[in-house]
Every structure is written in C-alpha cells, then in structure tokens.
Write a protein that binds this ligand. Structure first.
Ligand code: G3H
Ligand code: 13P
Ligand code: ZN
Length: 319
C-alpha cells in the first residue's frame, strides 16, 4: 500500500467516535516504535515531520524511513508536514511526496492566515495532498514561533475560514499547549492522591466549533499527557524536569469521541525515549553500543504508543 492521505481516516474516525494519533518522527527508532505499535493493533497512523525534524534528518531520510515502515507493516500511513510555516516549505513537502501538510499561520492576522492557507490548499489539492490549518494560538512554542500566552479559537471565525480556504481539517486552541510544561502548578488542583490536576480543556469551544462545522475534522495539537512514570524515571536517573505536566488522557479520550479526529503527540515520545536511555546509562555505565540503549528506548515508545492507541485514541483495529 502506498502512503495515504488522512481523508478516509478522518471520515471513519469522525463517524466512529475515535481519533488518529499523529506522532512526530525524527529518526529510525522512533518510526519503528510507533509503527510496530500500530501494526500490532492494526491502527491507522499519521507520522508527522516538523521543519526542525526535516532539517535534522535531511529531506530524504525520514521520507524513506516512513516508506520502509509502510512496506514492513502494510498499514495505512499518512506522511504529514507538522507546522509548515510558509508556502515554500509546504510546496517542497508536497513535491517530496508527503500526503498531508499543515500550514500554520495561526500567529498572523485572520486575512493573512486565509490568504497563505488558500495558496497552499490550491497547490496541495492539485497534487492530491490534503491540508491542515490552524485558528487560535497555543501557549508555548509552536515550532520556531513562540507564543508566551495562547488565545483560544473564536468559533465565530471558523465557518468563514474553512469556506474561504477550502482546508481539509482545522487545528483549534482549547487549552492544550506544546511541550512538557503545559500548566503551572498554581493553575492546577490537587486530587486525593496528591496528583496535580490541570484545568479542563474548553469543551464549550470545541462543541461550538463542531456545531458550526458539522462533519468537519478537528485537530488537537499539544496533546501529550506527560506520563508521570517517565518524568519520575528521568528525574531518578540524573534528569531535572520539575513540574512537568500534560493534558489528562481522560480529556483527550473525551475529545476523540467528539469531532477531534487527529491528536498530536510528540513530547510523550521524547519522554519515553529519554527515560529509557537515562535509566539504561545509569544502570550500565560501561555501555557504549548505541543498539544496547536504543533497543529498550524503541520498545518503550512502542509500549507507550500501544497504550495511546487503545486507551486514548480508540483507533485499534481501524486500519
Ligand atoms: O509542535 C511541535 C512539535 O513538537 C515538533 O517539535 O519543532 O522541535 O521538531 P520540533
Ligand atoms: P506535544 O508537545 O504535546 O507532544 O504536542 C505535539 C504537537 O502538537 C506537534 O505538532
Ligand atoms: Zn503542534
């Protein structure tokens, strides 16, 4: 099976009340961990490459590694550009054979966002590629664009944006943010087990957006849950990640049952990999064969992604 677009994945996910995981990839072990999880659970996958990842690995390697994963697993896999910041970058990924691109002009004024998104849609659609855009800004870092504070998506803007751009899916801001420090402890409450509970996502905004765009796929960025077992392992083995907090998985499961068809996860992959490698080096100070520490790291990613597919996204068996 060749790489696929997310069109059919999203249509089925919308109707089925589940979401597709969009996992960021940077190297072979990450791609293998994610796709081995997908293969074991027969789950469709979106593998996404950021501008930074493409600069790190170069434009050929990640594409070829993802193609290898398609051959090995036979899964429907969509290759997506994450946070494309210009028409030129989106065009380059379309020309390289990506099946989906995101044009992120969410930090720009509404009319500018529409104009650039429309230009990308025209080029991408002419080449059979789908396009994601964004309205509203997430707090934290959006690739190379930094927003100290986010601003929620304004539901009254979404119909005009989607109609005028012709975009295929829309990322919205409802309280998620990028990275491993999504909430400050003072924003959280403490539950009976002493665990910090972040403020709930703005489901009112999500529902209003969906009411205005019936049947239209919505995307959530910044959706890592920052598993505390990884943070603990990292901190126990020489790391220093105080107060790392993510989005509770129960909230994401709820969103997946609604119109959210794509859930972006990067930080949890980084944490799974880092926790495993830190632990390995701590316990095997003599180790220097990269295979020795990358193998358990890849296995840890696979285990984490399997958990996401079953317990958060609900897309197991949907390939
Ligand atoms: O949303 C950003 C993603 O986590 C990608 O991060 O630009 O460091 O590759 P990156
Ligand atoms: P996290 O940092 O929460 O994993 O978000 C990833 C993301 O949105 C990639 O676009
Ligand atoms: Zn993102």
């Amino acid at each position: 099976m060749p790489l696929v677009t997310s069109k059919e994945m999203f249509a089925k996910a919308y109707d089925g009340g589940y979401a597709i995981g969009a996992f960021n990839v940077n190297n072979m072990e990450i791609i293998q961990g994610i796709t081995e999880a997908g293969a074991e659970l027969n789950a469709p996958l979106i593998l996404q490459v950021s501008k930074g990842a493409r600069a790190y690995a170069n434009r050929t390697y990640l594409k070829k590694l993802v193609e290898a994963a398609v051959i090995e697993t036979g899964l429907p896999i969509c290759l997506h550009l994450d946070h494309g910041d210009s028409f030129e970058l989106c065009k380059s990924c379309v020309d390289d054979g990506f099946t989906s691109v995101m044009i992120d002009q969410s930090g720009k004024p509404f009319e500018e966002n529409i104009a650039v998104t429309k230009q990308v849609v025209e080029y991408a659609h002419a080449h059979g590629v789908v396009v994601e855009a964004e309205l509203g800004t997430l707090a934290g870092i959006e690739d190379e664009v930094s927003h100290a504070v986010g601003s929620y998506t304004r539901p009254e803007e979404v119909e005009e944006f989607v109609t005028r751009t012709g975009v295929d899916s829309l990322a919205i801001a409802i309280g998620t943010s990028h990275g491993a420090y999504k909430f400050k402890p003072e924003q959280c409450t403490v539950n009976e087990d002493g665990i910090l509970v972040p403020p709930p996502l703005r489901f009112d905004i999500l529902k209003e957006v969906s009411r205005r765009l019936p049947g239209f796929p919505i995307v959530l960025h910044g959706s890592s849950s920052v598993p505390q077992e990884f943070v603990k392992l990292i901190n126990e083995h020489g790391g220093n990640m105080p107060n790392a907090i993510g989005v509770p998985e129960s909230q994401l499961r709820e969103a997946a049952k609604l119109s959210v068809c794509k859930i972006n996860i990067d930080s949890d992959l980084r944490l799974a990999m880092t926790a495993s490698i830190r632990q390995y080096f701590d316990e095997h100070p003599e180790a220097f064969d990269p295979r020795a520490y990358l193998k358990p790291a890849r296995e840890n990613i696979k285990k984490m992604v399997m958990h996401k597919i079953v317990d958060v996204l609900g897309c197991d068996g949907k390939a």
